[in-house]
Design a protein around this ligand. Sequence first.
Ligand code: VGL
Ligand code: ZN
Length: 318
Amino acid sequence: MKALLVIDLQNDFLPGGSLAVPEGDQIIPIVNELMPEYDLVVATQDWHPADHGSFASNHPGKEIGETIDLGGLEQILWPIHCIQGSDGAKFPDELHTRRFDHLIRKGSHSQIDSYSGFFDNRHQKSTGLSDLLKRKGITEVHLVGLATDYCVKFTALDALQEGFEVTLIQDACRGVNLSPNDVPKTITQLKNKGVKILKSGDLLGPTVALYRPIGPEELTKLEASNFTAWPPRLPDQPIFYPVLNQAYAEQIATEWNIRDSGTGYVTRFEVDRNFLKPYPRKIVGGSQHEELWIPAEDLEELNRHLIGKIEIINRFET
Ligand code: VGL
Ligand code: ZN
């Protein structure tokens, strides 16, 4: 079983934030696309009290970027960031946070920093992440988020030590680069320790499986195309909404199609992933409810990008 660990993808680390990681915002759509592929998604959140020892402003006379001794450990001083409950500590609106199964907060003790999602920097207090993953049967973790050269790096190292197979998804991470080559150095160091370095394209297949609930009338039209094309939308249906989860399609088929026509069917079809990239994905209702919004006028183009036939995978009746 595989888990995706989404590290510190918080407003303060994004462009415009107090500790902005260059291009940090560019990873958000990639993380959104990756999350549905995993058995478990765990997010970490840097979560500091106002008097945190990693803030330069809490050490009069010290500057951001300087190093001090904090309780016997070397500590880099940062701008004020990710204060508990602040907007800067929140996740950006575009991130599909309803895909998170668990949230781990770290850095809450004022006298010790916590870069890793597993342990504080002294390696004394556990966040519970390792036990949680093991309890869920996870043997492999994939890492995305911010920042490559700090929190992602130390989370990866602890994950190895905890016995997980570890992969870093390079295009879904960005680093601070306090010194110009910190990110490439981090990547080399992690690779040498046994972390696999991949790109999101290596993990996301060439197609996306989509699901759509239908009633008997639409089934007849699908049959007429030998299950190779979606019929044109009606004038009052400006958008075609396939969904990304089988469970959600089944719920709609039972709640709506049965009520309207006595029978509901669930279809599954595969579409070229690149073709779907520009269309917005919307999370509606609960965490299972991810829809793709395709304008009716693009439906023929969608039909040209179907890979294989439209299948009927389920039938529901009253
Ligand atoms: C981080 C610096 C300070 C990180 C957190 O998320 O990488 N970096 N606090
Ligand atoms: Zn921090």
